[in-house]
Design a protein around this ligand. Structure first.
Ligand SMILES: Nc1nc2c(c(=O)[nH]1)N[C@H]1C(S)=C(S)[C@@H](COP(=O)(O)OP(=O)(O)OC[C@H]3O[C@@H](n4cnc5c(=O)[nH]c(N)nc54)[C@H](O)[C@@H]3O)O[C@H]1N2
Ligand SMILES: Nc1nc2c(c(=O)[nH]1)N[C@H]1C(S)=C(S)[C@@H](COP(=O)(O)OP(=O)(O)OC[C@H]3O[C@@H](n4cnc5c(=O)[nH]c(N)nc54)[C@H](O)[C@@H]3O)O[C@H]1N2
Ligand code: SF4
Ligand SMILES: [Mo]
Length: 670
């Protein structure tokens, strides 16, 4: 028996420290590593299932090629010879941008990002930009602060009030919970703003069941009450911000009574929130990502940032707005790792709307797609369109471990290793600043190769001189900028983990990274990019206010939230029985209106399609909301992205996955 320290690679806030026990080249146990300062020895079921994922009988172990609609096993030589020849032909005839690199961030491993390096050495590609995940909010924070940074988790103990604004902590960010509960025990108040009755809402002193997509309006009306009462922080506003008067003008237009009704928050509660933000400081606000997956999502984040700034909660211990922590990922030397300078031709498609862009692409059309670190058929919005677009591409190459909905469409499937079969450095940019080294612990199963080995072997065949380095060389390059803090690969490997030197209380010196170096209630950059320069009054695209006709037919808002037992689509095969269906959670009002009982088979639909699941009636949630977990594969009849729209959010090329009007009815039981 031997024990190893490593990290969970799943695309999750927490990036837990793991201890892995091995017996005769077989992993027998995965536990939390108590030495991790944030995750402290606890892990979730998804982390424990990494063992089963590695050993699963359905794991892809050999390169596959589709011949006459069937997959046959081929050798790595044949796969790489054929793929590299096809790449050369396409580059010769159409240029490198006829190849689409469609990827996401399924693994927190540093070396996983080198797929981009490969395509840069190749001379370019068409690449997806923007984000299904957090794009609109990131861009909003860039306008306001010039960056997106979070406080050290430990600073939560200095908060007087903790406000969880649309983050499903007990499912998506479980290691934040003990910090919140400790602070609560010491007297901090806990408020949750979320349309649904999440685990953290159940623990809160106050749960506000807001109408989805209306958070920006809530923030603006809270700000109005603060300003009307003269509670705003004039010292911060005068010395460290610009554009307050312009924002105040917009806020002046608000009719509190009307908005209170539209957003489903009583005026008394809006007043209480205003008092709390201004008079019970410091207030520490945690934003989730769900609330910005709307057509007005970036604007919502900007309105919340403005509220936190004008109430004097920015740059103070126990305060701040925690959305992302971009400083973590930026610590590495990506410039030298990726070598963007080598690209000769380059084109971008927006990640959420890539299906439209593939369908419409000319000069050149897309001839080859490489899918890595993602499962776009299941996870991209407007699934039918995604399928149509992929079917149009002559050569589809998917690198994965399982026969996903995307892999099924492929012409070549290249089997990749799982976390414990390769070495890497693991980090995340959503929460804490701890990075971990993960050694290779067991030999890869079958003929699975690490992503890096796949890119390296392909690069050899394509004659991409200079691409090849070994892992250690890459780690050394990556960590070079941290030399001055005494962080290098040797120390990381010896210690197993290190904390990156990122600010523990961002903006404490009130010097912002915006062009004006101030907090920008008014952003000239936003204006130049065709957007309103301040946060404004704005509604979701499929809302009653913007599209009453659509809303008449489809009066409910569908929230396709992240699954509790799976990381998106990744654990589908492991945790869901064949033929099983998800719960579709509906409010009591919807249940009564449509005579739906607990356990009824129901269909949720809109013009894009329908999905099927079992109804679960919930008393304490927003009454016009329906909730389902995303990530179910197509064989379940419940792959929710059949229903979602692939339009873009207001900024940052973000998705509008939750801006989704639907209707529901019951189905006869099979
Ligand atoms: N178990 C598990 N954990 C995960 C993941 C996973 O798939 N499974 N995925 C990881 C990834 S990639 C991400 S991006 C994060 C996401 O982490 P979160 O942001 O916590 O998760 P989401 O499911 O996107 O949505 C969070 C909450 O937003 C609420 N919400 C939706 N719309 C609105 C709104 O308009 N206003 C307000 N106030 N609330 C709203 C939902 O009801 C839900 O409770 O989770 C990470 N962690
Ligand atoms: N309706 C709806 N849709 C959503 C969301 C939502 O809330 N609602 N959330 C969105 C969000 S926040 C995100 S981040 C995206 C996530 O979108 P994806 O990243 O596409 O989702 P995953 O299901 O995690 O799929 C990752 C795939 O990569 C594979 N994989 C894992 N590790 C590796 C590796 O090391 N190398 C390679 N080559 N492959 C690997 C896995 O086996 C899996 O098939 O989904 C988005 N889609
Ligand atoms: S999925 Fe998240 S919480 Fe679970 S073990 Fe991995 S990093 Fe930790
Ligand atoms: Mo995400």
């Amino acid at each position: 028996m031997k024990q190893w320290r490593t990290a969970c690679p799943l695309n999750c806030y927490d990036v837990c420290g793991l201890t892995v026990t091995v017996n005769q080249n077989k992993i027998v146990k995965i536990e939390g590593d108590p030495s991790h300062p944030i995750t402290r020895g606890k892990i979730c079921g998804k982390g424990k299932l990494l063992k089963d994922r590695l050993n699963d009988s359905k794991r892809l172990l050999y390169p596959l090629k589709k011949v006459d609609e069937k997959f046959i096993r081929i050798s790595w030589d044949q796969a790489l010879d054929e793929i590299s020849q096809r790449m050369l032909d396409v580059r010769e005839k159409y240029g490198p941008t006829a190849i689409l690199h469609s990827y996401d961030y399924a693994s927190g491993g540093l070396l996983k990002g080198l797929d981009q390096r490969f395509f840069n050495f190749f001379g370019g590609m068409t690449e997806v930009i923007g984000s299904l995940c957090w794009g609109a909010g990131i861009q909003g924070q860039l306008y306001d602060f010039g960056d997106s940074l979070s406080h050290d988790v430990e600073d939560i103990k200095n908060a007087n009030v903790i406000l969880i604004w649309g983050r499903n902590i007990t499912t998506t960010n479980i290691h934040l919970l003990p910090f919140i509960l400790d602070a609560k025990k010491s007297g901090a108040k806990l408020i949750v703003i979320d349309p649904i009755n999440t685990g953290i809402a159940k623990k809160a002193d106050l749960h506000i069941k807001i109408q989805p997509g209306m958070d920006g309006l809530l923030a603006l009306v809270i700000s109005k009450i603060i300003i009307d009462n003269g509670w705003h922080d004039m010292d911060f506003i005068n010395k460290y911000s610009i554009g307050f008067d312009e924002l105040r003008k917009e806020i002046g237009k608000l009719d509190i009574e009307k908005i209170s009704e539209e957003i489903n928050v009583e005026q008394k509660l809006i007043y209480d929130l205003a008092y709390m933000y201004a008079k019970q400081k410091p207030v520490m606000t945690f934003l989730g990502l769900g609330m910005q997956r709307y057509a007005n999502g970036g604007n919502s984040i900007r309105a919340i940032d403005a509220l936190i700034a004008l109430s004097g909660n920015v740059g103070i211990s126990g305060g701040g707005v925690q959305y992302a922590n971009l400083a973590v990922g930026r610590s590495f030397n990506w410039k030298e790792l990726l070598r963007v300078d080598l690209r000769k031709e380059y084109r971008t498609f927006k990640r959420p709307s890539q299906a439209d862009e593939i369908i419409n692409a000319q000069n050149p059309p897309i001839k080859i797609v490489f899918v890595t670190r993602s499962n776009p058929i299941t996870q991209l919005p407007n699934q039918e369109k995604t399928i149509t677009s992929f079917e149009k591409i002559e050569t589809k190459i998917v690198i994965d471990m399982f026969m996903t909905d995307t892999a099924r469409l492929a012409d070549y499937i290249l089997p990749t290793t799982s976390v414990f079969e390769e070495e890497d450095i693991y980090y995340g940019s959503m929460f804490h600043n701890v990075i971990r080294y993960g050694p290779k612990i067991v030999e890869p199963r079958g003929e699975a190769w690490s992503d890096l080995k796949i890119w390296t072997e392909l690069a050899e065949r394509l004659g991409l001189n200079g691409f090849k380095k070994n892992s250690e060389e890459y780690f050394e390059i990556a960590l070079k900028p941290l030399d001055k803090y005494g962080i290098d690969f040797k120390t990381l490997k010896e210690n197993g983990q290190l904390r990156l030197p990122v600010p523990s209380i961002p903006w404490q010196d009130k010097k912002f990274s915006t062009p004006s170096q101030k907090f920008e209630f008014y952003s000239e950059r936003a204006k130049k990019e065709g957007l309103p320069p301040t946060a404004v009054i704005s509604y979701p695209k499929e809302s009653l206010q913007v599209n009453p006709d659509l809303n008449g037919k489809y009066p409910y808002n569908l929230l396709s939230i992240h699954p509790s037992k799976s990381l998106h689509s990744q654990h589908h095969l492991l945790v869901r029985k064949e033929d099983s269906k998800p719960w579709i959670i509906i409010s009591k009002t919807i249940a009564t209106e449509h005579k739906i009982n607990n356990g009824d088979l129901v269909q949720v639909f809109n013009e894009r399609g329908f999905i099927i699941g079992y109804a679960k009636v919930e008393q304490k949630m927003n009454e016009k909301t329906i909730v389902i977990e995303e990530g179910w594969w197509r064989d379940s009849d419940a792959s929710v992205n059949i229903l979602t729209s692939n339009q873009l959010s207001d900024m940052g090329n973000g998705s509008i996955l939750y801006d989704c009007a639907v209707m529901i009815n019951t189905l006869p039981r099979k």
